[in-house]
Design a protein around this ligand. Structure first.
Ligand code: ZN
Length: 180
């Protein structure tokens, strides 16, 4: 049985057991920007007391913001100005894969699997910067928190908090509280 079959047959059972609908707008009026790490799935939200329907959760590799008008900012702008979020959390985590991303190894894998060298060469300004890896996960959270606070699309009435999450214990460490 393939993973796809597995997902589809699980879904059939899942749908038959569901009941009730919940609202689209985030009930806690909060948006969380964090990493796509597997250990955060179904773990960070319960660790924050956030349930389905409460929050908008935006994820990418390393909870990094590389483009001031890119996808993360676009999603947060929608969360605030279309869906009523009035508080943001930037949450990095310990043991993040973007800290020790081996760009040479990734590039070798891409080439081996047929990604054209020109496509890699076209990434700006280069592959390493395009991936946006970092050495210090704490510094990344502080940097992203400040970037969001300084972004003109994110209005000053929206507090932006920076936190560190431990995917082993579920503990949150406060780094930058967004309240005045
Ligand atoms: Zn991560």
């Amino acid at each position: 049985m393939s993973l796809l079959d597995d997902v589809l047959s699980h879904n059939e059972r899942f749908v038959s057991e569901r009941q009730g609908r919940i609202k689209r707008a985030p009930q806690k009026k909060v948006a969380v920007f964090t990493c796509m790490d597997t250990r955060l799935v179904d773990f960070l939200e319960p660790a924050m007391g956030i349930q389905r329907g409460d929050a908008m959760v935006i994820k990418n590799a390393g909870s990094a913001v590389l483009d001031p008008n890119g996808g993360v900012i676009r999603s947060l702008t929608v969360a605030i100005h279309a869906l009523g979020c009035d508080e943001l959390f930037v949450i990095g985590h310990l043991d993040c894969g973007m800290v020790d991303l081996d760009v040479e190894q990734v590039e070798a894998d891409m080439l081996k699997r047929g990604v054209p060298a020109e496509a890699i060469g076209a990434l700006k300004p280069d592959l390493a910067e395009w991936f946006g890896g970092f050495r210090d996960v704490y510094a990344n959270v502080r940097r992203v928190t400040q970037l969001l606070r300084d972004n003109p699309l994110i209005t000053k009435d929206v507090p932006v908090h920076g936190m560190m999450f431990d995917p082993a214990t579920g503990g949150l460490e406060m780094l930058e509280a967004g309240y005045p």
